[in-house]
Ligand binder design. Structure first.
Ligand code: TZP
Ligand code: MG
Length: 212
């Protein structure tokens, strides 16, 4: 099973100054447990090239590479999995095309959507945004921690929380029932992605152990 606890999601603009590969390499040194390559604007060919470079960085670390949205890119790369949104029958298509071993993540924003998750198709859900964030345009209304808890309670699979999260939120995220925090700006836009990841990993380890 995927370790959702410190789940880095890349953003092309926020990683641009340092470079995508250098940012992810630093974050992995700091202790991220999963990496999602997310770029809504890149072509499939560009994403495949980036994905190959990230696979080289992640080789031997045990940290899985998840591709956002592009099932064909995930398949071409032989990536560990794909994260899809609510549009279309994406989870079903992902499972059919990537096979039983692939990690399939699905975004859910409400308890009703979480109830509808089929654990045969979906390995984990991403729930958010917890807080408003400028990283994703047109996000749905923020859930807060009470809303997060309600969606977590309805999910038949493990959940990772997303949206405006930082190390200091770890305790509230776990208390709400999630198994991890997905982060973009807290790592990609940090002065030191390695140090940021290390602080978040330390915070999640403390709350993760006390909730076991
Ligand atoms: N989905 C919901 S919020 C979000 C995504 C991809 C962006 C989260 O970015 P940040 O910078 O961690 O708030
Ligand atoms: Mg999508």
């Amino acid at each position: 099973m995927i370790d959702l606890s410190v789940y880095l999601i890349t953003d092309a603009a926020q990683c641009a100054a340092r470079g995508l590969v250098a940012t992810v390499a630093a974050a992995v040194r700091g202790g991220v447990t999963a990496v999602q390559l997310r770029d809504k604007h890149a072509s499939d060919a560009e994403l495949i090239a980036q994905g190959r470079a990230l696979q080289a960085v992640l080789a031997g670390t045990g940290v899985p590479l998840i591709i956002n949205d592009r099932i064909e890119v995930a398949k071409a790369l032989g990536a560990d999995g794909v994260h899809v949104g609510q549009s279309d029958a994406a989870a079903q298509e992902a499972r059919a095309k990537l096979g039983a071993k692939a990690i399939i993540g699905l975004s859910v924003q409400t308890p009703a959507l979480a109830w509808a998750v089929d654990p045969a198709l979906v390995d984990y859900v991403g729930i958010g945004p917890v807080f408003a964030t400028t990283t994703k345009r047109d996000h749905s209304p923020p859930l807060g921690f009470d809303g997060l808890a309600a969606v977590c309670a309805a999910s038949p699979v493990p959940a990772v929380a997303i949206g405006g999260l930082q190390a200091a939120h770890a305790e509230a995220v776990w208390a709400a029932g999630a198994q991890g925090m997905a982060l973009v700006s807290a790592i990609c836009a940090a002065a030191s992605p390695e140090q940021a990841a290390r602080e978040i990993a330390a915070a999640t380890q403390i709350v993760g152990e006390s909730s076991r």
